[in-house]
Write a protein that binds this ligand. Structure first.
Ligand SMILES: *[C@@H]1O[C@H](CO)[C@@H](O)[C@H](O)[C@H]1NC(C)=O
Ligand SMILES: *[C@@H]1O[C@H](CO)[C@@H](O)[C@H](O)[C@H]1NC(C)=O
Length: 442
């Protein structure tokens, strides 16, 4: 008995992320409030509304407002929709069902408390549309869809701030981890500009497509991935694990019965298993740094200042006119593009700011050793992810895209002049309506 206890203790230390032995998928272990990990990534902090949540009727919409059409094209169980953001007074607000606005409160609690007010909009059946109006400007908004009920929590954030704790795809013990959900970012500015952003930077889960019509008749669309993409992406990643022995299959997060729920990005997976990809890009970075000791790397900033010449001297990549150089990034810096040499610091100048995204995108997509790779960005999507080591997560997503759109990493909006935009961002200063199709665009 003693032995078993010791063994169990040891195993939970040795392997923070339980794996299904036959597939290598990571198995979720949904927990309770105690299992929530509060980070900058899963919180939205707004002005404290007082010790108690309150619900009010929407009355009429103020300008600006926008009509949303939420189309159910999902083949699984009943869905709920949640819409949250910060109102113009910087307070956290959910659009509740039946024309309500819900202002949640932590009541000052330093441990997360579940939001118990009614914030779920039940989606109508497959093929049907829910229509709602967002009645005022909202920033840092998100529109979530979930098969079943998605839990949200509040926690006091210090100062006069209260924090919304959102579902966390990086924590396999998060209370939401066993649920099938997805979200898009959404903002309506006080002067009526709407934008929405489809992103796979954290994970691919429940599939969402977007369609935005402007009052001048202009239509923008981001279809992204087909409706049942998750099992196929998992199969592609398992095939990659067969080829290179790396933990790509474990980016696939599954229910205890082994059925896939979502695929997390390498940037998210590094929280689940920090050791798995240690040292992965480093040999490639060495070869890149060696190439540009004797040859210029030209980064075109696609706006002033234009072509910037860079060279490696010692171990530092230095670019003309840049306020500081770039040390060799580690793998975890390349996954996130915001740490190590890619961290933006106060005082970074007009050369540094546009070089960072272009340099990180080139490393992430491993285009720097290809013919033409000495000029960035210049090679198109057909060149991305063709040399190992690379992000097979992004490769597989881009191979399965219907229209090539949707960020797979944070600087996926970098592309050479003359190529189609690969970002999943759509925006309009004069929107007529915004449509979200959940479960894949038909
Ligand atoms: C919100 O506040 C909490 C402190 O309670 C902090 O840990 C978290 O990083 C903050 N979130 C953001 C997005 O700044
Ligand atoms: C859209 O999402 C991507 C990925 O999360 C992010 O890097 C980018 O900044 C977002 N765009 C805007 C305008 O917020």
């Amino acid at each position: 008995m003693k032995f078993l206890v010791t063994l169990a203790g040891f195993m939970s230390l040795a392997s923070a992320a339980p794996k299904a032995s036959n597939t290598g998928f990571t198995i979720v272990k949904p927990g309770g409030v105690d299992d929530i990990i509060i980070t900058e990534d899963n919180t939205l902090n707004g002005t404290y509304v007082g010790d108690r949540a309150y619900v009010k009727n929407m009355a009429e919409s103020r300008a600006p407002s926008i009509d949303l059409e939420l189309v159910n094209n999902f083949g699984g169980g009943p869905l709920n929709m949640y819409l949250q953001g910060l109102d113009q007074d910087n307070r956290i607000v959910f659009l509740g069902p039946g024309g309500t606005l819900v202002y949640p409160s932590s009541g000052g609690s330093t441990t997360p408390v579940p939001i118990t007010e009614n914030i779920a909009h039940p989606m109508p059946g497959r093929g049907e549309t829910l229509r709602i109006t967002v009645p005022f400007a909202m920033s840092s908004g998100r529109i979530y869809f979930c098969e079943g009920e998605l839990p949200f929590f509040m926690v006091i954030a210090g100062g006069d701030l209260d924090g919304l704790v959102q579902p966390d795809s990086k924590n396999i013990r998060d209370p939401s981890s066993g649920l099938n959900y997805g979200f898009t970012e959404f903002t309506l500015t006080p002067d009526g500009v709407v934008w929405t952003n489809l992103s796979f930077v954290d994970f691919v889960g429940l599939i969402i497509s977007m369609h935005l019509r402007s009052t001048d008749g202009n239509v923008q669309e981001v279809i992204g991935l087909p409706g049942d993409s998750v099992p196929g992406i998992c199969a592609d990643l398992a095939a990659q694990t067969q080829r290179d022995g790396k933990a790509w299959a474990s980016h696939c997060v599954a229910r205890p019965d082994g059925s896939p729920l979502r695929v997390v990005s390498p940037e998210s997976y590094k929280t689940i298993d920090p050791a798995a990809f240690a040292g992965y890009y480093e040999p490639y970075v060495d070869r890149v740094w060696d190439r540009f000791r004797n040859e210029d790397l030209i980064i075109n900033t696609q706006g002033p200042p234009g072509d910037v010449r860079c060279r490696v001297s010692g171990d530092l990549l230095q670019c003309e006119g840049d306020n500081r150089g770039y040390t060799k990034p580690a793998t975890e810096d390349i996954w996130g593009c915001n740490s190590g040499p890619f961290e933006i610091l106060p005082g970074d100048n007009d050369v540094h700011l546009p070089v960072v995204p272009r340099l990180c995108a080139a490393l992430y997509r491993t285009t720097l050793l290809l013919a033409g790779g000495e000029r960035q960005p210049s090679l198109g999507p057909e060149a991305y992810y063709t040399q190992d080591p690379t992000s097979h997560y992004a490769r597989v997503i881009h191979e399965r895209h219907v229209d090539g759109k949707g960020y797979a990493f944070s600087y996926d909006d970098i592309y050479p002049d003359g190529y189609p935009d690969t970002a999943g961002l759509i925006a309009s200063p004069n929107p007529e309506f915004l449509r979200f199709i959940v479960g894949g665009s038909a």
